[in-house]
Design a protein around this ligand. Structure first.
Ligand SMILES: Nc1ncnc2c1ncn2[C@@H]1O[C@H](COP(=O)(O)OP(=O)(O)OP(=O)(O)O)[C@@H](O)[C@H]1O
Ligand SMILES: [Mg+2]
Length: 342
């Protein structure tokens, strides 16, 4: 049995985990930086990098102690090498390089998005390639055909905001606090999802891409009008977002042949309304639906260690660079209006 140490530091979670090839999360620790970033209403890169630098080494030590193993018992050290906030990524990657150099254990530089993309396979051994993946996180909103480890075909992306970003901005407009996604979900439970007329950007388009900027602006206008309850706006926003996602997926699935499983991953996959709608969509298409448990949806190091397990046998050179951008499908055509989003 193989054992991999995983390190995640690409945004505002410092996380370390030990995962074995039997899909057991042997030990893990996650330190959230919510308290540090909350006063600013969003993640401040410099604060994030400093917090990772302070916390990471004791957390690595702590995870090894929790599991009662030595670093030399590991078969590889897997660390997020991008995409993400570059200061934080460098803290995690350089730490992993130092450990790899000191122990002669192979380093595996993991694409954070691949961590999300493969996380359903950590949770459920019966998920085989290929599968359809909706990747919905703070920085990304994509539909991909996952053909194997390292083989991703992107069918859709967002031309402006990611879905998690839209939740976060909605939370900010409605003053629901930080982090925004779970706060919007909680507030939405008290509201009527049909109370506020909101647009469904891109719905009806023959291309499966996403757009959420117009929805966010409509949330702002609805709030400023003073005509609606906050809970009704939250619920109506969430419903509009879900309608967009299911419509876009319907279009994308038309061109995805020989795929019988629909998988959702990334932070927004923790949202129960999103999960419920996708489960129904999958059933309508005669597909199986899979979603990792919520704790594996938001950033964590178990998914990074698991990506390392999936890549065992490979290793990366100690001079590999951290990458602020790192698309899963480098061949994907840029989308009109897509700015700099991967
Ligand atoms: N219950 C929820 N409902 C809706 N959104 C949620 C929920 N929980 C988390 N999110 C959203 O998920 C995002 C965080 O996900 P994740 O940690 O995967 O993103 P990230 O790592 O910042 O971005 P990326 O993975 O694209 O680099 C945030 O935008 C957050 O608001
Ligand atoms: Mg993430």
């Amino acid at each position: 049995m193989a054992l991999v140490l995983g390190i995640e530091s690409s945004c505002d979670e410092t996380a370390v985990a030990l995962v074995d090839s039997d899909r057991c999360i042997v030990a893990q620790r996650i330190a959230s930086q919510d308290a540090e970033h909350a006063p600013f209403g969003g993640v401040v890169p410099e604060i994030a990098a400093r917090a990772h630098a302070e916390r990471l080494a004791p957390m690595i030590d702590g995870v090894l102690t929790d599991a009662n193993i030595a670093l030399t018992d590991c078969d590889a050290i897997a660390a997020t090498a991008g995409p993400g906030l570059i200061g934080g990524v460098m803290v995690g990657l350089v730490s992993a390089k130092a450990l790899a150099m000191a122990t002669d254990i192979p380093l595996i530089a993991v694409n954070h998005l691949e961590g999300h993309a493969l996380s359903p396979r950590l949770a459920d051994e019966s998920i085989d390639f290929p599968y359809a993946l909706l990747l919905v996180s703070g920085g990304h909103c994509q539909i991909l055909r996952v053909e194997g480890v390292g083989q991703y075909r992107r069918l859709a992306t967002t031309i402006d905001d990611a879905l998690g970003e839209a939740f976060d901005k909605t939370a900010k407009i409605l003053k629901l606090g930080f982090p925004g996604g779970p706060a919007v979900e909680r507030k939405a439970m008290e509201g009527n999802p049909r109370a506020v007329p909101l647009p469904r950007p891109m719905v009806g388009s023959g291309e499966p891409h996403f757009s959420f900027a117009g929805l966010k602006s409509a949330v702002l206008r609805a709030h400023e009008s003073g005509r609606y309850e906050v809970a009704d706006i939250a619920a109506s926003f969430q419903q509009a977002a879900v309608d967009c996602v299911t419509d876009r997926l319907r279009i994308a699935l038309r061109s995805m042949t020989s795929v019988d499983t629909l998988v959702v991953a990334g932070g927004v996959a923790a949202n129960a309304t999103v999960r419920g709608a996708l489960e129904k969509l999958a059933a309508d298409h005669g597909m199986r639906f899979a979603a990792p448990p919520p704790a594996l949806c938001t950033d964590n190091a178990a998914m990074i260690a698991w990506a390392g397990i999936e890549r065992l046998g490979q290793s990366d050179p100690l001079d590999i660079s951290a990458r602020p951008r790192w698309p899963l499908d480098p061949e994907a055509e840029p989308v009109r209006g897509a700015g700099v989003k991967a």
